[in-house]
Design a protein around this ligand. Structure first.
Ligand SMILES: NC(=O)c1ccc[n+]([C@@H]2O[C@H](COP(=O)([O-])OP(=O)(O)OC[C@H]3O[C@@H](n4cnc5c(N)ncnc54)[C@H](OP(=O)(O)O)[C@@H]3O)[C@@H](O)[C@H]2O)c1
Length: 273
């Protein structure tokens, strides 16, 4: 029998990712405890997945699989939080930044990081790629959980998690920062917020589709790719006017901070041998 089906699955922290993973596991595993700082939150999730709600001050013993859906800043305190309440467990957390080793070795730890933005518990993990790492036994459990919820996985070197997470931040967070600059310009030229967001999301979706089909240099479109340097120059002046706070010189070859740096990054793509 598989590890996940044979054991109870417990949930520590009722945040977005642990709630979403629990919902995706619903009907496929047996749940034990749901643990939260607030009993009402534990009860709310526990009622939906058929688990037993508890708070940290109650008496209970965690056995089996424990999903630690704690914020990154709190993971280091996990051992203290459940001190004296842990039996034989396989502990799994969801951070892309922290290695599994942030949890005690005796907990057979692994991490499974979903490469998608989880805004609520209704997210489906079908075909989502998870970055996994951990000790052998923890990793086996993490792989099974990903299989059960319909995801896919790859192994991340444990000592490369900071770099691995940086890559995700650049693609998924920096793009939102850049989108906010586009939104300001759309507002400036009189478009309403809904239209602006629709434009941005469509542009990002089509770029995403292209990147999924083609190498980055083929997926790139726009003035740099076409060599329309007059357009690049005129939009540089417009960028400086719109965003003086991001246009401070960065180095002798980057007079206009952010804009010049991005143009250089795009030139690197098209000049790739
Ligand atoms: N959201 C995403 O898109 C996403 C994507 C990939 C990976 N992740 C990773 O998934 C993990 C959870 O993220 P999340 O987005 O689900 O966060 P979240 O919604 O903010 O949930 C974090 C949970 O941690 C618990 N917590 C927070 N502060 C605490 C404290 N001082 N003491 C004890 N418990 C505390 C809370 O649970 P209770 O209130 O129930 O106690 C809270 O609901 C993180 O490692 C994150 O990096 C998130």
């Amino acid at each position: 029998m598989s590890e996940v089906f044979a054991q109870l699955v417990n949930v520590v922290g009722t945040g977005k990712v642990s709630s979403a993973i629990s919902h995706n596991l619903l009907g496929k595993v047996r749940f034990g405890y749901v643990l939260s700082r607030e009993f009402e939150k534990a009860k709310s999730l526990a009622e939906r997945i058929g688990a037993t709600p508890v708070t940290y001050s109650q008496d209970f013993l965690l056995n089996g699989i424990v999903l630690f859906g704690l914020s990154d800043s709190v993971l280091k305190d996990a051992e203290t939080l459940v001190n004296g309440k842990v039996g034989e467990i396989t502990a799994i957390h969801f951070s892309g930044f922290h290695p599994s080793q942030i949890l005690p070795r005796s907990w057979n730890p692994a991490s499974m990081h979903p490469n998608c933005a989880v805004a609520d518990e209704n997210v489906s993990f079908k075909d989502v790629l998870f970055g996994l790492e951990g000790c052998d036994s923890g990793l086996e459990v993490a792989k099974e959980i990903v299989d059960i919820i319909g995801g896919r996985y790859f192994i991340v070197p444990t000592d490369k998690k900071v770099l691995y997470h940086l890559a995700a931040v650049i693609s998924s967070n920096f793009t939102v920062g850049l989108a906010s600059l586009s939104e300001k310009i759309y507002e400036e030229i009189g478009l309403d917020e809904k239209t602006a967001r629709e434009l941005i999301s469509h542009l990002l979706q089509t770029v995403g589709d292209n990147i999924s089909k083609f190498p980055i240099d083929v997926a790139l479109t726009g003035p740099v790719k076409r060599g329309d340097w007059k357009v690049v120059e005129m939009e540089r002046a417009a960028f400086i006017e719109q965003f003086p706070q991001f246009s401070k010189p960065f180095s002798s070859s980057h007079d206009c901070g952010l804009y010049d740096i991005f143009i250089d990054i795009l030139k690197d793509i098209i000049n790739k041998p």
